[in-house]
Write a protein that binds this ligand. Structure first.
Ligand SMILES: NC(=O)c1ccc[n+]([C@@H]2O[C@H](COP(=O)([O-])OP(=O)(O)OC[C@H]3O[C@@H](n4cnc5c(N)ncnc54)[C@H](OP(=O)(O)O)[C@@H]3O)[C@@H](O)[C@H]2O)c1
Length: 224
């Protein structure tokens, strides 16, 4: 399994849970020093804004694992902008990390996912667009737009690939207490009501990999 964004809060928790279940992992992040969570896992340190990042990450995963039967995309950046500020913000980075790179990773990985299905496996791709892709939020218009792009791509690609035996599932949890909002690409976070427990969200995400889910709407995280 390939975990993109394995250095992040949710990515780390997901990787730990997958490792506990015996999954062979390739962990992606930007800083190799923050990718030590799972003993024995291969790592790939690449910035998703680099042009060839999707190919580098997928190639490294296929090389290390001898194929690819699951991808979790847990990388993402948030930004806070009123409409008056949007034109001056780094939308290229936001849209590349949140939407374009994940879309390209799925596309580049498709031959390996097809091979996995042909071998009788049930390959799966999990993305985490978040509640904003369903409920675009004032003050988070750019972030909402980038995540809605990812969610739409995954929904359409999931329909396209279902007959190939490849399952795509996009998860849309609400605000989760990972600290993401405190390290924005731009702007300043408003005060959010207390969010989900990251451990519970990670549990639900890993369960979705295992239970055949094809979508995880916000209410799938009720009580998390
Ligand atoms: N927390 C929430 O409230 C919430 C709610 C719904 C959806 N989500 C989504 O869930 C995912 C995980 O969020 P999180 O809360 O775990 O956030 P996080 O702890 O900040 O993790 C973000 C991850 O994205 C990686 N990343 C950011 N920019 C990158 C870049 N240019 N190149 C490569 N990697 C990059 C980070 O790598 P570094 O370690 O190198 O920075 C880190 O691994 C995100 O997509 C987020 O949008 C979060």
């Amino acid at each position: 399994m390939l975990v993109v964004g394995a250095s992040g809060a949710l990515g780390t928790l997901i990787a730990e849970r997958l490792a506990e279940r015996g999954a062979r992992l390739v962990l992606h992040g930007r800083d190799p020093a923050r990718l030590g969570a799972s003993a024995g896992a291969a790592t790939v340190a690449v910035d998703l804004t680099e042009a060839d990042a999707p190919e580098t990450i997928v190639d490294r995963a296929v090389e290390a694992l001898g194929g690819l039967d699951a991808i979790v995309v847990a990388a993402g950046v948030v930004g806070f902008d009123g409409v008056a500020e949007t034109a001056g913000r780094d939308l290229e980075t936001m849209f590349t990390v949140n939407a374009l790179a994940p879309m390209r990773i799925i596309s580049v990985a498709l031959p390996s996912l097809r091979d996995s299905a042909a071998e009788g496996n049930e390959p799966v791709v999990l993305t985490i667009s978040g509640i904003v892709s369903e409920l675009p939020t004032a003050g988070l218009a750019s972030y909402s737009a980038s995540k809605a792009a990812l969610a739409a791509y995954v929904a359409a690609a999931g329909r396209e690939l279902r007959r190939s035996g490849i399952r795509l599932v996009d998860a849309r949890p609400g605000h989760t207490e990972t600290g993401l909002a405190d390290r924005p690409l731009f702007g300043t976070a408003p005060r959010f009501p207390h969010g989900h427990d990251p451990a519970n969200v990670a549990d639900r995400l890993v369960r979705a990999i295992e239970d055949g889910s094809t979508s995880l709407p916000p209410d799938a995280f009720t009580g998390a």
